[in-house]
Design a protein around this ligand. Structure first.
Ligand SMILES: Cc1ncc(COP(=O)(O)O)c(C=O)c1O
Length: 293
């Protein structure tokens, strides 16, 4: 469900350009949801309509993966439920890729909890170690555990179950609960919606704003990131906005794409710091407005 050339099946080359690695298995791509708080195409079509062909397309697939952030495409509960339904009907395992959204960033433990359906497999990483330890996890459903009984496979790694990483995971999970981080993210989400909407309306260079919890994408007018292959040495407009925002005191990510900026602050960011970040974005965007004309 991700369409960005540099992610999930593509390699960005540092000197410019990106290329697809040798195909290991064919990949099918389903239409993505279109949610955006600003600038999204008016889409009143229910997912059951634009995913009408999904069960057939998934019929001989091993698994179906939903990624909730890449490419600035965000959560849509009705979409998730429909994809999950089609995947189940097709006999395809549904994987929720929660490497970014899991363990708090979406304002709930898992992004997938925003709808009724539950995945067969969940991938976790990034925040799981509190940003302090390199940890990732694959969580499988009880059904899959049952299916795996009596089977074995090779799975080696130097740092598996490393005690320091495991201590970081335990500490992170405790802090999320003790410090009410999920509620904090939900409150900040309201601030981001309000401020980003105002910023988008003020800056003509902004084409689209989307996000949830503490992960937001601001897409600028200009070349579409879907076709952009990092094949120029010119500094992209998004990077120049980020440079200017840095002058105002905030680090804003760009994913290396030409026209998209993303905001993913630490979950413990205070309301005052969040306001500073949004002020810095506001300041940085002036440069894009000038070019937009
Ligand atoms: C949504 C998503 N899934 C998966 C990955 C890859 O995770 P890892 O680096 O643990 O392979 C990333 C990396 O940024 C990601 O953003």
């Amino acid at each position: 469900m991700t369409v960005q050339p540099q992610w999930h099946g593509g390699l960005a080359v540092h000197a410019g350009g990106s290329k697809l690695p040798a195909p290991m298995a064919p990949v099918r791509i389903l239409p993505a949801p279109n949610g955006a708080i600003y600038g999204g195409p008016a889409n009143n079509t229910p997912p059951s309509e634009y995913l009408a062909d999904a069960t057939r397309r998934l019929s001989d697939t091993a698994a179906t993966i939903i990624d909730y952030t890449q490419g600035g495409i965000y959560y849509d509960g009705a979409y998730q439920d429909e994809v999950a339904r089609c995947a189940r009907q097709a006999g395809s395992y549904w994987i929720a890729d929660e490497v970014v959204t899991g363990a708090g960033r979406a304002g709930r433990w898992f992004a997938f909890q925003g709808a009724q359906s539950r995945p067969d497999i969940v991938t976790l990483g990034k925040s799981l170690g509190g940003g302090a330890a390199a940890v990732a996890a694959v969580v499988v459903s009880k059904d899959i555990v049952e299916r795996l009984k009596g089977t074995s496979w090779q799975n080696y790694g130097t740092l598996r179950g490393h005690p320091i990483s495991m201590a970081a995971v335990s500490a992170y999970l405790k802090i999320i609960t003790d410090d009410k981080i999920l509620e904090h993210v939900q409150n900040l989400e309201k601030l981001f919606v309000r401020r980003l909407l105002a910023i988008a309306q003020k800056h003509p260079s902004v084409q689209r704003v989307a996000g949830q919890g503490l992960h937001w994408t601001v897409e600028l007018h200009g070349p579409d990131w879907r076709d952009w292959h990092a094949d120029t040495t010119e500094v992209p407009i998004a990077s120049r906005v980020a440079e200017r925002a840095l002058e105002a005191g905030a680090v804003i990510g760009t994913s290396g794409e030409q026209t998209s900026l993303f905001l993913a602050p630490p979950l413990v960011i205070s309301e005052r710091e969040a306001a500073l970040l949004l002020d810095a974005l506001d300041y940085g965007l002036d440069i894009a407005d000038k070019e937009h004309g």
